[in-house]
Design a protein around this ligand. Sequence first.
Ligand code: SF4
Length: 300
Amino acid sequence: MVKLNLLGTYRNGNYNVSLYFDGTKVRETLVPEDTSFIADFPECIDLKITNQCTMNCPYCHENSTKDGLHGELFNNEFINTLKPYTELAIGGGNPLSHPDLIKFLELLKLKNIIANITVNQTHFMQDILIIDKLINEDLIKGIGVSFTSYDDNFIRLAQKYPNLVLHVINGVVDYNDLVKMFGKDFKILILGYKNIRRGADYYSQAIEGNKKIIYDNIKEIVNGFKVTSFDNLAIKQLELRRLFTKRKWDEFYMGDDGQYTMYIDLVNREFAKSSTSFERYFLKDNIVEMFNLVKTLDKL
Ligand code: SF4
């Protein structure tokens, strides 16, 4: 049995969470027979810190542009109410373009908040020295790289980072590019295609065709990567439930959006259940207060 290195443990509502350095997360209820996991605060927050990005991807559901605004990273009282070991998935836009990124990450480290960032493949290559600094100074635990196209140089470089996860978009990624990465020990996160903002303009039959190829070859993809994970939108688009027994599904499924996770946009100073939610609220000073509202959204 592989021994995992423990990063930390904490209690949240009626269960305990153990986080490991390789990104593994284990939830256990305080009473073993209890199968309901009720969170008091979010385990993971998708945090948008900027809308600036030079890539101008035609499917960008954030509508990020080279002139996009940066969010204010300090003077956010809710940061002081985050619980230790809360995971922040910091993105944008291009988070590396934010002038206050490093100071912000230093603040999070002091508070024992787990910061991860997501950058585009091109920015990863361009700013590799900054990425190294963030990792070497333990300012980030993990890095997501939005994969755009197969490139030997990128693959060679990416293989050096054990906590790197390739992000691909269902409907955008070319299956042949994925096949070329099989057996190279990569972790991959498949994200659902977001049919909003530029994503709505870009949507076409070609996207549906690509999605169908991923749908038909999902077992090959899972076997080709060291770890394969999915966001909830991809789970829906790929109908992953079809591949699991009930017991395995209960073990695999990490919960609906808003049950353990939420979204905060520091550019527009608002929060929501997820980045695709149109129902958004003005930022509050306390994370628990925001999360309590998010949890009720389906029940309203
Ligand atoms: S790299 Fe990401 S944030 Fe930038 S334009 Fe493309 S999809 Fe949008």
